[in-house]
Design a protein around this ligand. Sequence first.
Ligand SMILES: Cc1cc2nc3c(=O)[nH]c(=O)nc-3n(C[C@H](O)[C@H](O)[C@H](O)COP(=O)(O)OP(=O)(O)OC[C@H]3O[C@@H](n4cnc5c(N)ncnc54)[C@H](O)[C@@H]3O)c2cc1C
Length: 375
Amino acid sequence: MICEFVIVGGGVHGLATAYQLARRGAQSVAVLEAKSVASGASGGFGERGVRANRRDLRELPLMAEANTIWPTLHEELGAPTGYRRTGGAYLIDGAAQTGFKGIEAAEVYARAHRALGVDVEVWDRERVRREYPGVSDAVHGASVVASDGVASHEATTQAYAQAARRLGVQVLEDTSVASLETDASGRVTAVVTDRDDRIAVTREVLLANNTGVRDLVLRTTGRDLPLWAFYPQAMRLSSSAVPVIPMLTGHESRPLSVKVLGEELMLSGGWRGRVTPAGGQPDEDRVRGNIAVLQSVFPYLTDLEVLGVDVSRAESASVDQIPVIGRCAPNLSVAAGWSGHGWAIAPAVSRHLAETLLHGSTSPMLAPFNPDRFH
Ligand SMILES: Cc1cc2nc3c(=O)[nH]c(=O)nc-3n(C[C@H](O)[C@H](O)[C@H](O)COP(=O)(O)OP(=O)(O)OC[C@H]3O[C@@H](n4cnc5c(N)ncnc54)[C@H](O)[C@@H]3O)c2cc1C
């Protein structure tokens, strides 16, 4: 098999970039996925936050662009994405624990976000109480972004896969990439699977295999990207009290992210499972810790039942908590290191990445994420 473009990883980033390449006229694009589409961080239960609120400033221009794409993405892809513009709030305690947080800083963060295209409103104590009756007395304000929302990661990733296939992209599941072959100049000439099949590459290779990127880059180029794998913890809960949580809600200084999904709550917020050779395993202390934080912010949620804990979806973290996107060798690019917030920006990242792969020049929007920043 010979391909112009080979993408490793059938998650949202690999598939969205394949779709964007095909839309721009790439003749032969293959996505090689070790298991099945959306079997990694881009799949699983619940919804993902489409959040600009308190996002790293370097990602905000991408997020502002993504916000223009999400509302009509289902029409473009011809399949549902589950996107809903719920609004998003970060609750703020009165007594800031560090100098970088707190109600004093909220308006400054808001101004910085506005300057980069994301409109933020700062709510005072009374407004928070009106919108979140029963919230803890410790909460003195909130940073609110009306354009934030949620989407179904599973549905969107499948939608990108279908749309890419319609445009002629070959999405090969159960196809794990074992190694890359290079010539004397360091150009990747072929991708080799664990069944020893060889796919010759005439133009570019993109590694979008999330937690597998570091190892393949290291073995191919000798370059060790500062990335590692972790297993984010996400929970489904039911509550006997009705939670009044009107939008995607996080907390500025407590590890909390909560969404209301019909009758259930989806709870996360930076907690993680234990890393074992068999993958992520739930850790009882962290499950209890996550629930305790929820109850510290919403003290009336006393009676909660855990319906499920998922720590099976591995994610790559980077040392500066922003992604690593760009070239590592003459025709070898990477997109990884999402650090738990790579979902929402995928529709914008994939457009810029496809342009870069097709034309060679790096989009200014991706410049902050260049792997060369570590050297
Ligand atoms: C529980 C949880 C909650 C999250 N919440 C949010 C949120 O609210 N907002 C947000 O923006 N982001 C969130 N994220 C992060 C976001 O989901 C990820 O950053 C994003 O889905 C990563 O997409 P990806 O395509 O890079 O990787 P993945 O979806 O992990 O896809 C990589 C694929 O590569 C495949 N693969 C690996 N190695 C190989 C190989 N050698 N050969 C072939 N294929 C290979 C894997 O099987 C996998 O399917 C969350 C993540 C998790 C896990």
